[in-house]
Design a protein. Structure first.
Length: 96
């Protein structure tokens, strides 16, 4: 991918944090069977604002069935399933 600034110019040195669930729908930090930074990376963009990474295709997951989020969703007649997805958090000095 490429990170651009608000003027549409490639942004060198931006920090791209990437994370997602494993094939069971679990995240490291919350699933103690995984290593601490499993399926999590911090990447710094190159001089042309580019970054790349390889990973697995993540799995979707559901809210804990007895948790407060699922209880609220039940009252709203909504399901608690989350589709497979990848999180990206991008930051750079001097940018918000």
């Amino acid at each position: 991918g490429t990170v651009y600034d608000t003027d549409g110019k490639p942004l060198a040195g931006a920090k791209v944090e990437v994370w997602h669930a494993n094939l069971l729908g679990n995240y490291s930090f919350f699933d103690k069977s995984q290593s601490h930074f499993n399926l999590r990376r911090t990447i710094v963009t190159d001089a042309n604002g580019r970054y790349q990474f390889r990973s697995i295709v993540p799995m979707g997951y559901g809210c804990p069935p007895e948790g407060t989020t699922q209880r609220l969703l039940n009252l709203l007649a909504r399901h608690g399933r989350r589709p497979a997805h990848i999180h990206f958090f991008v930051s750079a000095a001097g940018h918000r």
